[in-house]
Design a protein around this ligand. Sequence first.
Ligand code: HEC
Length: 191
Amino acid sequence: MPNSLRLTAALACLSVALVMSPPAMADIALNNTVSGEPLNLDDAPPEGKDSAAFKEFMQSGKNPYVGKQDCFAKGEELFNGACSGCHGHLAEGKIGPGLNDDYWTYPQNATDKGMFETIFGGASGQMGPMYNSVNVQEMLLAMAWVRHLYIGDPEKAEWLEADARKTLKKYDNTPAPKPGADAPQECKMGG
Ligand code: HEC
């Protein structure tokens, strides 16, 4: 094939590929819980940003770890390391407010997007941005544990679909199960 023809063929393939590829879904917009200013993800170290879970969250605004039994123990470990000193081991509240009931200072914390915004960007007083303690993927894991600790009104569990609210069980102090052999890598303990 002459070179010019080859180029034409290549360009034709390329344009077909460009037309056929679905438009990239835009990432959700994240804003500071208190000021409403846009959050800058570049403030956080790169770890976890390439994870499937974080990418999914940035597209859907939903935390894929919520309800994932295999990831509870890891979420608990992260929560106990970075949050429980202020919020209490059961998220019952200490110097920071309780996170296990259905009262929120900032109502958007009843959504995954809202709680991520608070953890990433902080709120007021002692609640500073947490990205130097936990990476963005670890934030999602810790959030899933916080949701698991919930003892509030199931109907107010806004982060769940209406169906899932109906079957939601309040936290009953059952220890988090050990991650199974097929748990996602990031949920394996000590790794
Ligand atoms: C140094 C103490 C401290 C640490 C560590 C801390 N928090 Fe907080 N947190 C607070 C305080 C104080 C507030 C109340 C801030 C406000 O009202 O503006 C708060 C508020 C919050 C809220 C909003 C609650 C509401 O009612 O709207 C959430 C959600 C939250 N924290 C989650 C976390 C998570 C998850 C972690 C760990 C990754 C964490 N915090 C770590 C002190 C802390």
